[in-house]
Design a binder for this molecule. Sequence first.
Ligand SMILES: Nc1ncnc2c1ncn2[C@@H]1O[C@H](COP(=O)(O)OP(=O)(O)OP(=O)(O)O)[C@@H](O)[C@H]1O
Length: 254
Amino acid sequence: MIEANKLTKTFRDRKRGLVRAVDRVSFNCQPGQIFGLLGANGAGKTTTLRMLGTLLEPTRGTATVAGYDVAKHPEDVRRSIGFLSNGTALYGRLTAREMLEYFGRLNGIHNSQLRSRVDELIEQLEIGEFQNGRCDKLSTGQKQRVSIARSIIHRPPVMIFDEPTTGLDVMTSQTIMNFIERCRDDGLTVVFSTHIMSEVERLCDEVAIVHHGKIATEGTVSEIKAQTGEDVLENAFLKIAHQLDAQAEAELTR
Ligand SMILES: Nc1ncnc2c1ncn2[C@@H]1O[C@H](COP(=O)(O)OP(=O)(O)OP(=O)(O)O)[C@@H](O)[C@H]1O
């Protein structure tokens, strides 16, 4: 499972000075659950996920992933997660199947099990048609499916997906969402970030709305709609964001 406790990240930016990208973010996600971080561009979603994935050190706060503290036991965390980000690279000269076999071996999967594991992911992520195509010749959506397969090949108990469907067509997005649901049904702890409301409605057991680095509110989609008195998640999201912006402006002019 994942527990984030007041996770905070500040960056020193030459132009903007000190940027507080993530500000005291706390949440829990249990096995068999999908937790979503919903926010606009620059809200702090990627930075939060990168801290959970041990790619960035928190400035303050703590997090445990699969029982391991991200700061104290980063290698154990990395072994326990699959992390899908925009930067998940593929080797252009390998075919999709070779790529998965390669990463399977790197992750210690024995030859006797490697083939069946690769076959399973090829089937689940609908890679079959292009499994023998070189990665540098694949379309964006095809590459994303191979990247996901690559990130989960070692059967981690925790999956972190950073905007897994951004830029993909509706068919590929469906395949990926089906796959994320399957991860949940298989008992994995799943955290993902998005700015797409329909994905949150379909996938999330719990969602946190992130705005300017902070969790503005958290709950089920129905709870968030009820809190704001809105029937449509997008309107609830906009209402919360506008309220926070108005508060911040009022504080500035006080
Ligand atoms: N290395 C860095 N140096 C300085 N500022 C950074 C750095 N990385 C992120 N930021 C800033 O932190 C804030 C949060 O960025 P982050 O990428 O986490 O947002 P996001 O919610 O993932 O956005 P998007 O949906 O656009 O990917 C932004 O203001 C961003 O410019």
